[in-house]
Design a protein around this ligand. Sequence first.
Ligand code: NAD
Ligand code: DAU
Length: 343
Amino acid sequence: MRLLITGGAGFIGSNFIRYYLARHPEDSIVNLDKLTYAGNLENLAEVEGRPAYRFVKGDICDATLVVRLLAEERPQVVVHFAAESHVDRSILAPSPAFETNLHGTFTLLEAARQYKVERFVHISTDEVYGSLAEPLEADENFPLRPGSPYSAAKAGSDLLALSFYTTYGVPAVVTRASNNYGPYQFPEKFIPLMITNALENWPLPIYGDGRQVRDWLFVEDHCAAIEAVVERGRAGEIYNIGGNCSWENLSVAREILRLTGRPESLLASVVDRPGHDRRYALSSAKIERELGWTPRVEFAEGLARTIEWYRSHDGWVKRVKGGDYRLYYQQHYENREQTFSRL
Ligand code: NAD
Ligand code: DAU
């Protein structure tokens, strides 16, 4: 089988490429990635040079390139990860999220329609359901109430993918996963930011009171779920993929300090994210029932493995946290610290 992966140089995409090629040595992958600040070919050093793997640098919004690639490669399956994935960046500057997440998805769907791909897996997020009060859990029929430019663009792209199934029969499947963590995650996201700051004895910036709730999914479990959807997911369907692992942010930060042997005095309450969604919670009953998938990695194990990975990849961390990252960090966090007392 030939697969076109978009955004394969990012966190989840690179984990998926390594995971998939290790299990399907007979298949081949073309990875289309623009190499934005979040794309990093170092993440794919393990597969570079293999005959079953080809990298193409390019933008999913470039219709000429996308059509040419589909004509050349004739992939049976597209797994579409490419996105502007960070909520805070989409708040600072919303335009790239709309361009890539909406227009880019449209460009790919149009090409998939023309070249009759057999499966189009659109990777989306639980953020499209918005913030949920206790004890609600979103199933796949839950109303969409995205709260940030990032999640609004993702919700729009989900609807586009499903409309291409209904209207043109493009065999699109939408997956909506909860917060991923694990090796190779860009340290703008909460868990790798907390780990790398703790290892460097820097303050851990906690938005507001830190009592917001996220459901954590180890990236390898997410890869296994996507593999199941590629193989057995039904066209026109949505599958939630949750980690069954709800934690308050502050508790996660405290656990990271404990596991890295750092003091709680590093915790710093900072000004909250505008429109911050308080709680996400998913029901994954459908994928468990239909495709036999469940998350396997417990949070204690996943977090320990993730910390160990960041400890043993300090070269990767230094390179990623240099240059533009420093500017982003200054712009985003400078003058944001409040009091520590509320924590
Ligand atoms: P990431 O930011 O780590 O990687 C995104 C990748 O897409 C990068 O390699 C980047 O270069 C590439 N890219 C961006 N714009 C592009 C464009 N116009 N053309 C081609 N390539 C482009 O993201 P991630 O965390 O790996 O997320 C991957 C997907 O999973 C996204 O669609 C995201 O919405 C979804 N998702 C992420 C999470 C999470 O917790 N990280 C959870 C659920 C769903
Ligand atoms: O839920 C799935 C989504 O998870 C994905 O669709 C997104 O691509 C991914 O970025 C993630 O979105 P979140 O906004 O939930 O993740 P983030 O890592 O940015 O933040 C997690 C929580 O931690 C959130 O409540 C905000 C908080 N936070 C985050 C940062 C970066 C802090 O308190 N301090 C911080 O510095």
